[in-house]
Design a protein. Structure first.
Length: 351
């Protein structure tokens, strides 16, 4: 079993903190600041074009000579159902009408999966970040071998023991144990399968006891005490996302940050109404709508996200910010506003 010191040394890390690659939050400046402080900075590239992903990696690399993590999505293609999608748009139509807008005439599959993107695979081999991580599933075995040949370390998210065993069997270097507390999208391989909803600490300990590869704890960790607790359970590092939303280098807009500082932080909701996949969000008008919707009526990811983004854009244009994808974990009330480098220093001091 890999020791914590060996894992950190392999990545050139001094402290066991990985900044989560949250799309809409992480930036090259944030990732570089985390890495420069001895952690592992991350870029969420799952929603990016090839050109934008390459530019983000190059921008971050220009700001640090330390390891960086590039994260991609490995979701299955959307199961298209024109009737369900039309019914969904009809259901959302009154909400668009509140802001003098009409829903889209149809929905698009707005994000490509890494599974079918040879161009993204080639770009990552070319740019060769120190770490590549996977969410929503797994790539091909030959892709993992190709990354290993380039000296690239691979990570993948698991929400249960079965997923973790699949990750280890594929030869991926470490498992990110994502607990139910975590903000943003659940990393489940099949979003329609039963979810054990295991908490971060229970899942981390189970995986540490069951696997040979290193385990990284993710979900609800916001300070040094949380980091220490995860390490005491056998994790080699923690992955923290919500803790970085309010940092100066965050790309979270003002409405998102204001919501994080409000009472909504105490009422995060797991919902699929925004994107089509279960994701933990600050409580808002959009999540409230989801309380009255049966999950079988929601179209597939990322088709549903096309409608969600359109509704949020219409609402914002009408002066309403309560339809945003304000992803955050259950530790949201512990969020602190400061620069990324200052937060890293505070976390190390607390640890």
């Amino acid at each position: 079993m890999t020791t914590q010191s060996a894992f950190l040394s392999r990545l050139g890390m001094d402290v066991p903190i990985i900044q989560a690659p949250m799309a809409g939050v992480s930036t090259p400046q944030m990732a570089a600041a985390v890495s420069n402080a001895g952690g592992l900075g991350s870029l969420g590239l799952g929603a990016s074009t090839i050109e934008d992903a390459r530019q983000a990696l190059q921008d971050a690399a220009s700001l640090t000579n330390r390891a960086l993590n590039a994260n991609v999505f490995c979701h299955a293609p959307a199961l298209r159902d024109e009737g369900k999608e039309a019914q969904w748009l009809a259901k959302l139509s009154p909400h668009f009408a509140r802001f003098g807008a009409a829903p889209p005439s149809g929905l698009r599959e707005i994000y490509d999966s890494f599974r079918g993107s040879e161009a993204m695979f080639d770009m990552l081999l070319d740019e060769a970040p120190k770490v590549v991580s996977f969410h929503f599933g797994l790539p091909r075995k030959d892709q993992i071998a190709a990354f290993a040949d380039r000296g690239i370390v691979t990570l993948a998210t698991a929400t249960n023991l079965d997923e973790a065993r699949q990750i280890e069997a594929l030869g991926i270097d470490a498992v990110v144990a994502q607990g139910w507390e975590a903000g943003g999208h659940r990393g489940t391989f099949d979003e329609n399968a039963p979810d054990s909803q295991m908490g971060t600490f229970a899942l981390t300990r189970l995986l540490v006891q069951s696997l040979f590869c290193p385990v990284i704890a993710a979900g609800g960790v916001m300070d040094g005490a949380g980091i220490r607790a995860a390490l005491d359970l056998g994790a080699v590092a923690v992955q923290m996302g919500t803790a970085f939303i309010a940092c100066d280098e965050s790309s979270a807009n003002q409405a998102y940050q204001d919501a994080l500082a409000s009472d909504a932080a105490h009422e995060t909701v797991m919902t699929r109404i925004i994107s089509g996949r279960p994701a933990r969000c600050l409580s808002n008008k959009f999540t409230a709508l989801g309380e009255t919707v049966m999950r079988e009526h929601v179209p597939s990811y990322p088709v549903t996200y096309d409608a969600g983004k359109a509704l949020n854009a219409a609402a914002v244009a009408g002066g309403e910010t309560g339809y945003g994808a304000h992803w955050a974990g259950q530790g949201a009330p512990l969020s602190r506003r400061m620069s990324t480098s200052a937060l890293m220093a505070v976390l190390q001091a607390e640890l």
